[in-house]
Design a protein around this ligand. Structure first.
Ligand SMILES: [Zn+2]
Length: 283
C-alpha cells in the first residue's frame, strides 16, 4: 500500500522487539500506506551493552540489522539501517571513566565512540546500512565533554566523506546549525548529506528531518526548502505515547497531498532520500 500512489518514508524511527511492539509497529505503518523507513539503532545501553570498545557495538548493530531485515519483509518498499553511537553515550562513559574533568577519561570516551562509528562504517561499506548516526548532547555538558562530542561528530563526518555516506545527527535543539555545517565542510562531507533528526521547520544550514507534527509538516512543505519527515518512534512499552506513532508520517503525507503539496511529498519521500542516502525508492 502507498498513500495516494506515493511512497512514504519515515526518516528516523526505532523498532525494538525486545522492549516495544517490534514488527507490529512496522505493520501499522505499512497498513496506513507507509513504504520505507530508516531504522536507527537504539542507544547501546538500552540494549544492555555497556560499550568499552568499538567491537562492543557490533551486537547492537546486528540486532538492528535483524529488525531491518524483518521490517523489509513487511514493507512494500524497504527498511534502511542507520547505525552509530548515541551522543548521550559520552556522559554514560564519563560516569565510568572519572567524569569530564579527567582528561584521560574524556580521551577514552571519545575513542570508544569513534571506534563504534568505525564499526558502523564497516556495515555501510558492506551495503548493510545507508548512513551513520552521530551528533552531540542535547543537554548542557561541561566544556571537555562538548569538545569530545564535537570531535566524535567530526570523525563521523570524516567517515561519511571517506565512504560516501550520509550522517544523521542527534543534537541540541536550535535553528541555525552553521557551526555544524562548517565542521562538515572541513571534514569533506557534503553538508546536504548531514541530516539533523528531530528538526523543527526552522532548522537551517544542514538537512532537516522534521518531526511529523501536523503544523510542522505543513510549514516545511510550504517554505519550499528540502525536508524529510520522521516520527522518532522509540518503541518502548514503558513510554507509550512519548513520541509520535508509526502511522503519523503516512497520515501527514495524506494530508499534504490533499492540500496539493505533491511536489514536496515527492521530494521528501523519493528524490531527497535517493540523493542523500544513495538508495532507490520505488514501490
Ligand atoms: Zn531517535
Amino acid at each position: 500500500m502507498t498513500v495516494q500512489g506515493f511512497p512514504v518514508l519515515d526518516n528516523h524511527c526505532h523498532i525494538d522487539p525486545r522492549n516495544g511492539d517490534g514488527i507490529d509497529a512496522v505493520r501499522r505503518f505499512a497498513d496506513r500506506g507507509g513504504t520505507h523507513m530508516c531504522i536507527v539503532n537504539k542507544p547501546s545501553w538500552s540494549l544492555g551493552v555497556e560499550a568499552d570498545e568499538g567491537e562492543d557495538f557490533r551486537a547492537v548493530f546486528e540486532e538492528t540489522l535483524g529488525v531491518v531485515e524483518e521490517a523489509s519483509e513487511v514493507l512494500e518498499g524497504e527498511a534502511f539501517a542507520v547505525l552509530g553511537a548515541h551522543p548521550a553515550l559520552v556522559s554514560r562513559l564519563l560516569g565510568r571513566y572519572g567524569g569530564p574533568q579527567n582528561d584521560e577519561g574524556v580521551q577514552r570516551a571519545e575513542e570508544v565512540m569513534k571506534a563504534g562509528l568505525d564499526v558502523a562504517a564497516e556495515y555501510v561499506e558492506e551495503g548493510r546500512a545507508v548512513a551513520l548516526k552521530s551528533g552531540r548532547p542535547h543537554y548542557d555538558v561541561q566544556e571537555p565533554t562538548w569538545k569530545a562530542s564535537n570531535n566524535v561528530m567530526q570523525h563521523a563526518f570524516e567517515l561519511g566523506a571517506d565512504i560516501g555516506c550520509a550522517v544523521q545527527l542527534h543534537t541540541e535543539s536550535g535553528e541555525d546549525f552553521s557551526d555544524i555545517r562548517e565542521i562538515a565542510e572541513e571534514a569533506g562531507i557534503d553538508p546536504d548529506r548531514v541530516v539533523k533528526h528531530y528538526s523543527s521547520p526552522a532548522v537551517s544550514a544542514v538537512q532537516r528531518s522534521v518531526l511529523a507534527r501536523e503544523e510542522w509538516a505543513f510549514e516545511a512543505a510550504e517554505d519550499g526548502r528540502d525536508f524529510f519527515l520522521e516520527t522518532d518512534y522509540i518503541d518502548d512499552s514503558e513510554r507509550p505515547g512519548a513520541v509520535l506513532g508509526t502511522r503519523t508520517v503516512p497520515k501527514r503525507v495524506d494530508a499534504l497531498l490533499d492540500a496539493g503539496h505533491d511536489a514536496a511529498v515527492e521530494r521528501a519521500c523519493v528524490t531527497l532520500p535517493e540523493d542523500v542516502y544513495g538508495v532507490e525508492i520505488s514501490v
